[in-house]
Design a protein around this ligand. Structure first.
Ligand code: ATP
Length: 367
């Protein structure tokens, strides 16, 4: 059986534990061994106690717990070849021949680089005496599988990332709480939500809570947005609405790529003509989740099973896959392609080609 390592990396996302649990237990039930690598790539680079064999009972209770129990970290050294060299050495020394990485686009980019460099890294480890030829021989090929865990839902080529739906639930609960006090005092609230360069959380939260206005990176507002926003809010107020909710994605930008900041929106709302009593609320880390919702537990479990399947089916010639979900079906596509798409999205946004960014994220958008 294979010896499968699993790590969680980048920002924590609710459901990551369910993925680890599924991977460990399916691996064991298929006659493989499972290894938890603690603190993301940091554990891979450091080795030692950071890599631990996991048994069936080690993941007991994982389903209902938010965050990631095996830890995550932003690991600088893995960005350097020397760090990846240590990582490769630790994998071989622990006999791990397959690695499942659950993380965001950065983590999967790192995984893809490790995949590309692998034969060269092993050769270098032999040359500098860290590994013997015999030791290295069974590890000519490393199987890597990517799972997308991120609250941002910012990965192209998958409809939903593990953790995004839980985060959306938390945001909705928070906006609902704010709404009741806003109505009571007839106030306006400008609420900043997470998502990095992706507006999914902001847009879905705005629809789910009936917000008055929303700002997202993928669709900057018109040149004249300040007046337009005030008009919309004024109309809503004239219709008798006692609360005003404006949702701002943390990556929201205007047409000149300048950030749209909640405080600036507040200034607009307190001025004439609206003169609303306005507060800014940055939801912050409460959005990162806590207890995963049922959807994320299920998604992570099914994708975890699929990740182990992908490990067992892989051959040295198949490209490393990323497990996704598209139109409710679990999908698998080359990790390389998915990573490439995320870079194209970032480039399109930096060139102000927002339509292209949307098309890359969702090909159907082009139709
Ligand atoms: P989130 O979307 O939640 O922020 P992420 O996976 O995108 O998650 P990052 O901080 O970008 O988060 O990446 C996590 C880790 O992956 C980094 O700390 C680093 O160790 C590794 N990594 C990211 N980009 C690269 C890269 N280009 N080369 C090597 N390793 C990388």
């Amino acid at each position: 059986g294979k010896r499968i390592g699993v790590l969680t990396s980048g920002g924590d996302a609710p459901g990551m534990n369910a993925a680890v649990r599924a991977i460990v237990r399916v691996a064991i039930s298929r006659g493989c061994e499972a290894y938890a690598i603690f603190e993301g790539y940091e554990g891979l680079v450091q080795g030692g106690k950071m890599i631990r064999k996991f048994g069936w009972a080690d993941v007991r209770g994982y389903l209902a717990i938010g965050g990631t129990l095996i830890g995550t970290a932003r690991c600088k050294s893995f960005r350097e070849r020397s760090g990846r060299l240590d990582a490769a050495c630790n994998l071989v020394k622990n006999g791990i021949d397959a690695l499942i990485v659950c993380g965001g686009d950065g983590s999967l980019t790192g995984a893809d680089i490790l995949r590309k460099e692998w034969p060269g890294l092993i050769e270098e480890l032999i040359q500098n005496g860290k590994l013997t030829v015999e030791e290295a021989d069974p590890y000519k090929h490393l199987t890597i599988v990517g799972l997308v865990g991120s609250i941002d839902n910012d990965m192209p080529s998958t409809d939903v990332t593990i953790g995004a739906v839980t985060s959306l639930h938390r945001i909705c609960e928070a906006v609902d709480s704010i709404s009741s006090t806003a109505s009571s005092h007839s106030r306006a609230f400008v609420i900043e939500v997470m998502g990095r360069r992706c507006g999914w959380l902001a847009l879905m939260a705005a629809i789910s809570t009936g917000a008055d206005f929303v700002f997202i990176p993928e669709r900057p507002p018109s040149e004249n947005w300040e007046a337009e926003m005030c008009d919309v809010i004024k109309r809503h107020r004239q219709l008798g609405k006692r609360r005003t909710i404006v949702i701002v994605a943390e990556g929201a930008i205007d047409r000149n790529l300048n950030p749209i900041k909640p405080d600036y929106i507040k200034e607009l709302l307190i001025k004439k003509p609206l003169e609303l009593d306005t507060r800014v609320t940055t939801l912050g880390h409460t959005q990162r989740g806590g207890r995963p919702c049922a959807y994320d537990r299920n998604l992570a479990t099914i994708q975890g099973v699929e990740a182990v399947n992908a490990v067992l089916e892989s051959t040295p010639d198949t490209p490393s896959p990323m497990i996704g979900v598209n139109e409710n079906k679990i999908t698998s596509e080359p990790l390389l392609r998915a990573v490439e798409l995320t870079h194209q999205v970032a480039e399109a946004i930096s060139k102000q080609d927002f339509r292209r960014a949307m098309e890359l994220r969702d090909p159907e958008f082009a139709d």
